[in-house]
Design a protein around this ligand. Structure first.
Ligand SMILES: [Zn+2]
Length: 280
């Protein structure tokens, strides 16, 4: 199963890589899989012992030679990847993001307290946002990032990554996650092996869990009605971590599912084996 998953994703990458990169990939000491689209999480593999930098910053490399980086939703310039191998040789590659078109989505009828929060509520929002930023700085040696993600539960996608949102007529920041609707109380499963970074109740995000999959890669699960894990817990792919709810800024039962590489918000639907979750 492990090998089948890898081959599947590697094939997906080949289709979107530039011809140069696809050709150079055959059997070299540096290869890429995952998604090279805007919002994509790229998983690199280098010969064990290699040192890797992306855009001049050195990355944590697993003992097997795996590393990760991501393309922000609007990035257009190539990522410059340099591998320095244990034998003293090196190899450089430019990996270009494939540009995407994004939708516009209107949302109406949110309660006023979420549209115009009070100063006290704003202070809480900022405090909670900074806790999440701090947690996403972690660069741990977990290897859960190494395999494609599982959808956290069966459901219907009601919000896609990158859509430009108009909230009660006011343009908002783009939506940098995937909203999956399912009945309240639907079990939410960890998308990959992880350590729990945060499990708490936040003002906008409601019942919130952040899972650290290692090497800066994290997933988050918002608006949960119940949480079953706590910070510091280890979870395996498929473990139930909470239940679908509509806590925080939500207009119906759903989970906002996010994927990040450090602070860069990525599209989790590009790291799963299927573009949509199974139907309930
Ligand atoms: Zn969302």
């Amino acid at each position: 199963m492990r090998i089948a998953r890898r081959e599947f994703l590697a094939a997906g990458v080949a289709a979107v890589l530039t011809p140069n990169l696809a050709r150079a990939d055959g059997g070299t000491r540096l290869s890429f899989r995952g998604s090279t689209e805007q919002g994509g999480l790229v998983i690199g593999k280098a010969a064990p012992g290699a040192k890797i930098s992306v855009d001049g910053a050195s990355l944590l490399v697993s003992p097997q030679g795996d590393f990760a980086f991501g393309f922000s939703y609007d990035r257009v310039d190539a990522a410059h990847v340099v591998a320095q191998f244990a034998d003293g040789t090196s190899e450089a590659r430019d990996v270009s993001p494939v540009v995407r078109q994004y939708e516009t989505q209107s949302i109406n009828g949110l309660p006023e307290k979420f549209v115009s929060p009070s100063p006290e509520e704003l202070a809480r929002i900022h405090r909670e946002a900074s806790l999440i930023v701090e947690a996403r700085k972690r660069d741990t040696d977990g290897v859960g990032f190494d395999e494609p993600l599982d959808w956290p539960f069966p459901g219907i996608i009601t919000g896609v990554y990158g859509s430009r949102r108009i909230l009660d007529g006011t343009p908002m920041a783009p939506h940098l996650g995937v909203d999956i609707a399912a009945p309240e109380g639907t079990p939410i499963h960890a998308a990959a092996d992880a350590a729990v970074s945060i499990a708490d109740d936040y003002y906008l995000d409601g019942g919130f869990t952040l899972l650290d999959h290692g090497h800066g890669v994290s997933t988050c699960y918002l608006h949960q009605s119940k949480r079953f894990v706590k910070a510091g817990d280890k979870v395996a792919r498929g473990d139930v971590i909470g239940l679908v709810g509509q806590t925080g800024r939500a207009t119906g039962p759903h989970t906002h599912w996010g994927l990040c590489w450090f602070q860069v918000k990525l599209d989790p639907s590009r790291s799963t084996l299927t573009p949509e979750p199974p139907k309930a």
